[in-house]
Design a protein around this ligand. Structure first.
Ligand SMILES: [Zn+2]
Length: 423
């Protein structure tokens, strides 16, 4: 399985399945072959020569200091689903997870960008005819707004079935944490931050990873396919609020374009990840030269001349910084790193000021406030709570909370890995 480095973090992609060719025209009906033709860079990796979108289902696993975080859990095996492409799958997802050294029982945290069928499937697996949590020692977390939205819906039978087999077992085991995601995001583990990206669903979050000066963003479904990088107006038929989804995409992509942030798409087929760059013919996802993909040109541009990913990237991104960077650099705020200037306005800073606040959230909603749908009977007995001091951050201010306070507030000891560093 491919993996990427983000500072000291390693991100593995755990493949579940390619999605069938009917998926694109159904999911993104505005992305017709004519639209795809306007963006030649999408072929052959992200679209067929006939202009049919390629899409995939996979998870990402972030590994750092022996800690494991799974981000989204795909469709799942043996699940009864209305969508024939998702019904009763028998994929090797579990084996592929183990192949990268991640036994499900060793996972610390499972982050769910939203509660759709293709993002919660491996939350559970079937044991003796019952659906039970797969990641038995993990905390699961999703946005509180997301859970509340679905709780208020009059759901049809297929969605009820999904909740019964993939969400309720985790809740009933006391493993699900509901995170109050502030407008500027919330840190749920060292260097791991949930960023509100509403529209596809009201409580949808993207996941930002930061380590040693490097940043990556896992999209979830706020961007289903790279065609939406080229044309953020392309919406999905399953967006709850298409106008909000468009606004989120525009804002997010503007904040990322020309930066060094690595963007990893939850449904992007290989090569899956890249930087967002301005080219004369529009905005592209520029992936790692030499990365396994269908593009002959990319392979040529890869290892022969640019063996190092970052070195290769420096060539690609030269002069591609955003307007914000240029104005900040002129003002003398630019800083040197590794011999070249980096954008002084991190994506996080941009998010703080420009991402729309999800509908229905009051301005007074608590920042960093965690709540549980069901408080577990006890915390993990592995002693971790005694060592972990959660980090709390709010727009530059930070404080730490003792394990005792943490328990008193119902904060999940296994979720927050901070070590008391106010970062
Ligand atoms: Zn999805």
């Amino acid at each position: 399985m491919p993996s990427w480095s983000v500072g000291n973090l390693t991100v593995h992609r755990i493949d579940e399945t390619e999605l069938p060719p009917e998926t694109g025209p159904w999911l993104l009906p505005a992305a017709t072959p004519e639209v795809v033709d306007r963006h030649a860079w999408l072929k052959p990796d992200f679209a067929t020569e006939d202009g049919i979108l390629r899409l995939a289902s996979h998870s990402f696993v972030v590994v750092s200091d022996g800690r494991r975080i799974v981000i989204d859990t795909g469709i799942g095996n043996r699940k009864e689903r209305a969508n024939p492409a998702w019904h009763n799958l028998r994929t090797g997802y579990h084996d592929r997870l183990v192949d990268v050294g991640v036994e499900p029982g060793t996972v610390d945290l499972v982050l769910l960008t939203h509660l759709h069928t293709d993002h919660v499937g491996w939350n559970t697996h079937e044991v003796n005819g019952e659906w039970v949590p797969l990641f038995t020692n993990a905390r699961y977390a999703t946005s509180k707004l997301e859970r509340e939205y679905w709780a208020a819906q009059d759901m049809d039978e297929p969605r009820l079935q999904m909740f019964r087999d993939s969400v309720h077992p985790v809740e009933n085991a006391g493993l699900l944490d509901l995170v109050d995601v502030a407008a500027d995001g919330v840190e749920v583990a060292d260097g791991v931050r949930l960023i509100p990206t509403p529209g596809h669903t009201p409580g949808h979050v993207a996941v930002e990873l930061t380590s040693a000066g490097e940043t990556a963003l896992i999209t979830g479904d706020c961007v289903h396919h790279p065609v939406q990088i080229a044309d953020p107006e392309v919406t999905s038929c399953v967006d709850v609020d298409p106008a909000q989804a468009r606004a989120t995409r525009h804002t997010l992509l503007q904040s990322l374009a020309g930066t060094d942030t690595l963007v990893l798409g939850t449904h992007f087929p290989p090569p899956t990840a890249g930087r967002i760059v301005h080219e004369p013919d529009g905005v592209h996802l520029a992936f790692q030269p030499g990365w396994p993909c269908r593009s002959t040109s990319s392979r040529k541009a890869g290892t022969a001349h640019q063996p190092a990913w970052r070195g290769a990237w420096a060539v690609l991104s030269r002069g591609e910084h955003c307007g914000r960077w240029r104005s900040a650099a002129r003002a003398g705020q630019g800083r040197r790193r590794g011999g070249r200037r980096r954008c002084p306005l991190s994506p996080r800073t941009v998010h703080e000021h420009s991402l729309p606040r999800p509908a229905g959230r009051s301005a007074a909603a608590g920042v960093d406030r965690w709540e549980r749908l069901q408080r577990p009977a006890r915390f993990r007995g592995d002693g971790r709570a005694a060592h972990c001091r959660p980090v709390r951050r709010q727009r530059g201010r930070s404080s730490t909370v003792s394990p005792a306070q943490q328990r008193g507030r119902g904060l999940p000891s296994a979720v927050r890995f901070g070590h008391g560093v106010g970062r």
